[in-house]
Design a protein around this ligand. Structure first.
Ligand code: NAD
Length: 263
C-alpha cells in the first residue's frame, strides 16, 4: 500500500460502520493518523484496537446530531495530532416505507443524522481544513441523485447532502479546500443488513434479491463492497484528485444513470 498520507490526519464520522471502517483501514494503510468518531462506543473501541497495529488512531464517542459532540471531535483531532487534512462523513441512518406512514420522529431522526450531522461536521472542521488546504468527502447515495419509491425521507436527506456538497465546494474553493460526495448504490454493510432485517417482511434474502432485480446487470448483479467505496473515498482525498471539487461521484453499477428498456 502507498504511504502518501503520512503526516496527515483523517477524521471519519460513523467510523465503526461498514464504509467508515473500510475507509479508516484504507487511510491507515497509507500512513494517515486517524481520529474516528461514532455513537457506537464498543464497536468504535474494537475498530481502534484493530487499526492501532497499522497507524496512529484516536477514537472519540460522538453523536453527530449534537453540535457540541462534533465540535469536541474536531478539537480532539487537533489536540491529538495538531491538524485535520481530510474529513469523511459516513454517519448515516436508513428509513423506508410508504410516505403516509412516516412519522415526525422518522423525519427528525434520519434528517438530523444524515443532513444536519454532515453539515455541522463540515462546519466545525472548516477552520482546520483551511489551514491544511484539506478536503471533505461526504457520503451521499444514488438516492441523493434520483428518486426511488418509499424512500422520500432518506432521499431528501441525501439530496440535501449532494447539493450542500456543491455549495460548500464553491464557498471553500478560494481556500483550496475541496468538497466532494460519493453516491453509492447498495453496499453490503450493517446498514443493508438492517434494511433487509427490518423491512424484508421476515425474508431478508428475498429483500436482497428484490434489490438486485433493480440493477441493469441482470443475474450478474451484486452488491458493492465497503472496500470499493473506501477506495473511491481515498482517491478523492489523494493528490491526483486535486482538480475535483463539487462533484457527486456515482459508484452504483449505473442505477442512477437512466432508465432501462422494457424487454
Ligand atoms: N449501505 C448502503 O447500501 C449505502 C448506500 C448508499 C449510501 N450509504 C451511505 O453510506 C454511509 C455509510 O453507510 P454504511 O452502509 O457504512 O452504514 P452502517 O450502518 O454500517 O454505518 C453507519 C455508522 O454510523 C453510525 N451512526 C449512526 N448514527 C450516528 C450518530 N448520530 N452519530 C455518530 N454516528 C452515528 C453508526 O453507529 C454506524 O457505525 C451512510 O451515510 C449511508 O447512508 C450506504
Amino acid at each position: 500500500m502507498t504511504s502518501d498520507m503520512g503526516g496527515k490526519t483523517v477524521v471519519i464520522t460513523g467510523a465503526a460502520g461498514g464504509v467508515g471502517a473500510a475507509a479508516a483501514k484504507r487511510f491507515a494503510e497509507a500512513g494517515a493518523a486517524l481520529v474516528l468518531g461514532d455513537l457506537a462506543a464498543v464497536a468504535l473501541e474494537e475498530l481502534c484496537g484493530r487499526l492501532a497495529a497499522i497507524s496512529e488512531v484516536h477514537g472519540v464517542v460522538c453523536d453527530v446530531t449534537s453540535v457540541a459532540d462534533v465540535e469536541n471531535l474536531m478539537a480532539e483531532a487537533v489536540d491529538a495530532t495538531g491538524r485535520i487534512d481530510v474529513l469523511v462523513n459516513t454517519a448515516g441512518l436508513w428509513v423506508e416505507g410508504p410516505s403516509e406512514e412516516m412519522t415526525e420522529a422518522d423525519w427528525d431522526r434520519v434528517v438530523d443524522v444524515n443532513l444536519k450531522g454532515t453539515f455541522f461536521a463540515c462546519s466545525c472542521a472548516i477552520p482546520e481544513l483551511k489551514k491544511t488546504e484539506g478536503c471533505i468527502i461526504n457520503l451521499s447515495s444514488d438516492c441523493g441523485l434520483v428518486g426511488t419509491p418509499e424512500t422520500a425521507i432518506y432521499t431528501a436527506s441525501k439530496g440535501g447532502v449532494s447539493l450542500m456538497t456543491k455549495a460548500l465546494a464553491i464557498e471553500l474553493a478560494p481556500h483550496l479546500v475541496r468538497v466532494n460526495a460519493v453516491c453509492p448504490a447498495d453496499i453490503m454493510t450493517p446498514m443493508l443488513q438492517y434494511q433487509a432485517d427490518t423491512y424484508g417482511g421476515g425474508d431478508p434474502e428475498g429483500y436482497f434479491k428484490r434489490l438486485l432485480t433493480g440493477y441493469f446487470q441482470g443475474d450478474k448483479a451484486r452488491f458493492i463492497t465497503p472496500e470499493e467505496v473506501a477506495e473511491l473515498i481515498f482517491f478523492l482525498a489523494s493528490a491526483p484528485a486535486a482538480p475535483i471539487t463539487g462533484a457527486n461521484i456515482s459508484i452504483d453499477f449505473g442505477t442512477s444513470a437512466g432508465y432501462g428498456y422494457a424487454e
